[in-house]
Design a protein around this ligand. Structure first.
Ligand code: ADP
Length: 193
């Protein structure tokens, strides 16, 4: 069982890399952003509850997010590993993930961050917003709010995982293939063990 947390600011390329990594390592990819957007589109109760936060670029409250994540894991208990993309984003979420994985005798194998400069990322998101249809990518003030949320609530996870010796980071600037290679070098090390 290998469980990888892909970490990084909005626009860092987590989703793009996840598409390659999930195939290469046969992992179940759970993107909390994608699951929320699916619920929004289908107007489910969870979608209704998450909408106002997502529209503002705020994090959805932990309670809702953690419950949703646990449900996604439960749907895939036969998996040989998970790739978490966009989760955890708060210390409470990280603690809940540890606890939940431990209840199944699993754990987080590694957290890998994709690093890139804020101004480059903001430009990328505005570009993505032109075609993705994502309202949160079309307005610079919403994007900046997501960075505020990241700095306040998500950045503390770097220390959380560093203190457990689980934190790795790679340069997120380069071609998609180059970055996949950088991530693979780290993951391969865990597979050989
Ligand atoms: P990005 O990484 O580009 O900000 P995501 O698709 O990961 O985009 O997330 C979109 C939105 O979904 C976030 O701004 C937030 O409102 C909500 N969201 C996703 N993951 C989480 C999470 N782990 N905790 C709280 N809210 C989340």
């Amino acid at each position: 069982m290998i469980n990888i947390v892909l970490f990084g600011k909005p626009g860092a390329g987590k989703g793009t890399q996840a598409e390659f990594l999930k195939q290469k390592y046969n992992l179940v990819h759970i993107s909390t952003g994608d699951v929320f957007r699916f619920n929004l589109k289908n107007d489910t109760l969870l979608g209704k509850q998450a909408k106002e936060y997502m529209d503002r670029g705020d994090l959805v409250p932990d309670e809702l997010t953690i419950k949703m994540l646990q449900d996604e894991i439960e749907k895939n208990t036969e998996a040989t590993g998970f790739l978490f993309d966009g989760f955890p984003r708060t210390i409470a979420q990280a603690e809940a993930l540890d606890e939940f994985l431990a209840s199944k005798n699993w754990d987080v194998t590694a957290t890998i961050a994709l690093e890139a400069d804020d101004e480059i990322l903001i430009k990328r998101l505005l570009e993505r917003g032109k075609t993705s249809g994502r309202v949160d990518d079309q307005d610079e003030s919403k994007i900046r709010n997501r960075y505020e949320e990241y700095n306040h609530k998500t950045a503390p996870l770097i220390d959380y995982y560093t203190s457990k010796n689980l934190f790795y980071s790679v340069n997120g600037i380069g071609t998609i293939e180059e970055i996949t290679r950088r991530l693979s070098l780290i993951i391969d090390d865990f597979i050989d063990k």
